[in-house]
Design a protein around this ligand. Structure first.
Ligand code: BGC
Length: 362
């Protein structure tokens, strides 16, 4: 056991990563979509397509070395072209909600496309998840670019976005974000992957640990109230590894508003430095996902709005809590909350951000 682990480790260090490109279909408008397969010698395989810069699948070994896909999604482009809740996609220009789809910047007010009741969610009617990105393969990465026009979905300024996915010998998929605007604007970029580390029908038995002493409570529309609240003594305390299901139905106003967990946790440690944000462990498979980020927050969402109506990979029906998301981000509605870390991207000043998903077993 130890010898084979050692062999894998040595192989991982000496064997280079591989990146392969294949066609993945066309959009109804006739745009060609490609898919890039990134592999390393340690057993991680990520498939990323140019539609939405979406991570289509992510295969990681379990405690017995068995590889399986740990992401919800679809087998072909068709599934992604239909209505679905951002599975594996890059979300932008603004991840999560902006209240009433409105904000002001430099004394001017802006109206965004609203698509979630009265609010703007995840970039609007046609966000970054529904755009075809250009891509370039490198030795161990794929570099995806999308240029969001001024006024798109109501946002000011043109925003040139680059998302680089890199596979590392340490069984990581690293996501580097960069955005440059030609006019002051707001941005909040994240990846909306739905993880299930075991293939069980729900993630209620997964153990979660969040490096966060505080979270941002929400109103009935899931808009942060502006308060920053301690997790101590609440169902939101994941400072110690805890099964997701233990308190998910607690009689707690915040749990009721979210129909479970659908909140932004305020990560400990200084934003802008890459630090551990979360751990997810499946006792069943032994897979451990460690998420690190430079972002100030993480939206921990437990798939509360999945209702079995979506048929995903292999015809599997995705029911409530079939997966969990850890959307590393700035806090929702920051453009309207001056006390939150700013999401303003100044003209010509690059906005950068990094998130790393590392897979191991225990
Ligand atoms: C939001 C949820 C939403 C989900 C899918 C999450 O980031 O917080 O409320 O249902 O994304 O759109």
């Amino acid at each position: 056991m130890f010898r084979s682990a050692l062999l894998l480790f040595v192989l991982a260090l000496v064997l280079p990563a591989a990146v392969k490109k294949d066609p993945f279909g066309r959009t109804p408008a006739g745009e060609a979509v490609d898919i890039y397969t990134l592999t390393n010698a340690a057993g991680l395989e990520a498939r990323i397509m140019t539609y939405g810069a979406t991570v289509v699948s992510l295969k990681a070994p379990d405690k017995g070395g068995q590889k399986a896909d740990v992401l919800l999604g679809f087998d072909s482009l068709d599934g992604y072209l239909k209505e679905h809740p951002y599975m594996g996609a890059i979300v932008g220009r603004y991840g999560n909600r902006i209240a009433k789809g409105q904000f002001s910047l430099n004394g001017k007010s802006y109206r965004l496309a609203v698509n979630n009741g009265p609010n703007a969610l995840h970039g609007g009617l046609r966000g970054f998840d529904k755009r075809v990105w250009t891509a370039e393969a490198k030795a161990d990465s794929v570099v995806l670019k999308y240029s969001s026009a001024a006024g798109e979905e109501g946002y000011p300024g043109k925003l040139d976005v680059t998302v680089t996915y890199t596979i590392t010998p340490a069984n990581e998929l690293r996501i580097d974000y960069r955005a440059v605007a030609d006019q002051d604007t707001v941005a909040n970029l994240t990846n909306h992957a739905y993880f299930n580390l075991s293939g069980e029908p729900t993630i209620l038995n997964h153990l979660v640990k969040l490096e966060a002493d505080r979270f941002t409570p929400v109103d009935t529309d899931l808009i942060p109230t502006g308060e920053i609240r301690s997790v101590a003594g609440t169902p939101f305390d994941f400072r110690k590894e805890t099964p997701v299901g233990t308190r998910i139905n607690a009689s707690d106003e915040q749990i009721t508003f979210g129909k479970g967990y659908d909140h932004n946790w305020v990560l400990n440690g200084p934003p802008g430095t890459l630090r551990k944000a979360a751990e997810v462990y499946s006792p069943r498979s032994g897979r451990l996902l460690t998420v690190s980020t430079t972002e100030p927050g993480v939206q921990f969402y437990t798939g509360n709005f999945l209702d079995g109506s979506l048929k995903g990979k292999g015809g599997k029906k995705y029911s409530q809590r079939a997966a969990l998301c850890l959307e590393t981000q700035h806090y929702p509605n920051s453009p309207n909350q001056p006390t939150f870390p700013t999401t303003v991207v100044k003209k010509g000043v690059p906005m950068t951000s990094t998130t790393v998903w590392q897979f191991s077993t225990r």
